[in-house]
Design a protein. Structure first.
Length: 247
């Protein structure tokens, strides 16, 4: 089996590192690659073809893992040359996923849950061909949601409604606890039900949210626009809270 990679950032690098099999060969291209990316490809001894068009045509599975803003253009450029399964692992909206489906024959919508460079990420899949990719579970936690394109993207968006709204609430709660000089006690009380590592995880979540407040706000705005028919009171409140940390 040949797995082609368009995009060789952290996602693709970790996939190559985790999927070790004599029956699987990875291919990509050095076309328009930076020296840093070329070095990462050569380090992993990945076969490099001259063009991504050749990569698409030669792959049984073609994985697109780029920046979200390039995902649609990549599908437009190379989807028509893909004779196998086109697995999109970009962090994109459901609307973009549906647009990509217009340019790809056998699209599988993929969502990576957890850190993309961790030892145990989880991949959720949707699409008619997604069942054919469940062999990946031997290397990476892999689950099929449904045969419907977009379900994986929607699920990831739903997860974000919870995690980002929870982060905003956590920031607000800690602010009040500090005002009353009860921050330590606040975390101790919650740790009784949330687990002994709750404080460390919470502080990490807070710091990540504050340092990326602009991006988090944009993602919340995207959620609100997609689920426009739903009454997302808490998500809207979280967006208002995070907007206060914008420069």
């Amino acid at each position: 089996m040949i797995i082609g990679l368009i995009g060789f950032g952290k996602v693709s690098q970790n996939i190559v590192d985790l999927i070790k099999s004599d029956d699987i060969e990875f291919i990509t291209s050095l076309e328009n690659r930076s020296s840093k990316t070329t070095e990462a490809i050569e380090k992993r001894k990945i076969k490099a073809l001259d063009t991504f068009k050749e990569v698409a045509a030669a792959s049984d599975i073609l994985i697109s893992a780029n920046s979200p803003k390039n995902a649609l253009e990549v599908a437009k450029s190379y989807g028509k040359y893909c004779n196998g399964i086109y697995l999109d692992l970009n962090n994109i909206s459901p609307e973009t996923t549906f647009k990509i489906n217009e340019y790809v024959g056998d699209l599988v919508d993929g969502a990576i849950i957890g850190k993309i460079d961790s030892d145990n990420p989880t991949i959720y899949l949707s699409g008619k061909k997604s069942g054919e990719l469940l062999f990946l579970d031997e290397f990476v936690n892999t689950f099929k949601i449904s045969d419907e394109i977009g379900d994986a993207a929607i699920l990831k968006l739903l997860r974000s409604t919870y995690t980002k709204t929870l982060s905003a609430l956590l920031i607000e709660s800690v602010e009040v606890a500090k005002e009353y000089d009860l921050e330590n006690e606040f975390f101790e009380v919650l740790s009784l039900t949330e687990g002994e590592n709750f404080r460390e995880k919470s502080i990490s979540r807070i710091n990540n949210t504050l340092s990326n407040s602009k991006r988090k706000s944009e993602e919340l705005d995207e959620i609100i626009n997609y689920f426009i028919k739903n009454d997302l009171v808490m998500v809207k409140a979280a967006l208002e809270k995070l907007s206060r940390f914008q420069p």
